[in-house]
Design a protein around this ligand. Structure first.
Ligand code: IPE
Ligand code: IPE
Ligand code: MG
Length: 242
């Protein structure tokens, strides 16, 4: 944690969310505004990911979960899907040593069986290389859908129960969610002005505070992030109480 950085933005460490989820949206529109191809926006978006991950560590955030590719994003033109997949692979290749040095623990959530073997391999290596780190937990959602996650957890528990491997319970169910071990989502941030959840962390964000900004993801910089966090510290979380 970097106390000076927190002070610079008027943030108090004890009031910050433990787990932040981000829907990184607006890359395409950001590029279009500049008369550039959508994929240019995705490239800029990766630069923001680097900055936001670094800043999260400095702010002393425990966990961030980034929505990189949804189960619905396969509907996009093949060329765009290919670029997104290769950007993910490049990110893992170029960043993992840096992340490791900074104590970041990397993990992936989503259906990895639908990804190329190369990407699956990179993900596994990144997870293995950083599994004992104790700093920021960086979770990247790839081929992720909240409904699919809940459905596969229910099916897996039912199967194990039928084979006598477990007695169904809420605990056994939660163990089979991709996010097992992560704290609940405290704060869900979505960029680009869209006011929806788009199938992200439906179970885990049950009581999350929501933050929507018009800013496109490639413009969501450190000071935008700090502004979002200041807004969180002013919220009054009641969890159904008074
Ligand atoms: C978010 O930006 C990145 C992904 C969904 C992978 P978009 O590509 O959705 O950008 P817009 O929403 O079309 O502007
Ligand atoms: C949500 O963004 C998924 C990611 C950011 C990876 P989309 O741009 O795909 O969402 P919709 O289709 O506008 O809801
Ligand atoms: Mg979008």
């Amino acid at each position: 944690m970097d106390k000076q950085k927190l002070e610079q933005y008027g943030l108090e460490a004890e009031l910050l969310p433990r787990h932040i989820a981000m829907i990184m949206d607006g890359n395409g529109r950001w590029a279009k505004k500049r008369l550039m191809p959508r994929t240019f926006g995705h490239k800029k978006g990766v630069e923001r990911v680097r900055e936001i991950v670094k800043t999260s560590s400095l702010f002393g955030i425990q966990a961030i979960t980034l929505y990189a590719f949804s189960t619905e994003n396969w509907k996009r033109p093949a060329e765009e899907v290919n670029v997104l997949m290769s950007l993910l692979a490049q990110y893992l290749q170029s960043e993992i040593d840096d992340l490791d040095r900074n104590g970041v623990r990397f993990r992936m959530i989503g259906d990895r069986s639908g990804l190329s073997t190369q990407l699956q391999q990179l993900i596994e290596n990144a997870e293995r290389q950083t599994e004992n780190n104790t700093g920021l937990i960086l979770t990247v959602a790839i081929n992720y859908g909240g409904q699919a996650e809940i459905e596969q957890a229910a099916v897996a528990m039912a199967k194990d129960a039928a084979e006598g491997k477990c007695v169904p319970s809420a605990e056994e169910f939660k163990k089979r969610l991709y996010t097992n071990g992560l704290p609940p989502v405290d704060y869900l941030i979505r960029t680009s002005g869209e006011l929806r959840i788009s199938n992200f962390l439906l179970y885990q964000a049950a009581y999350a505070e929501l933050y929507f900004t018009e800013v496109y993801w490639p413009d969501f910089d450190e000071s935008q992030y700090a502004q979002a966090l200041r807004a969180y510290t002013a919220r009054n979380r009641r969890y159904g109480g008074v």
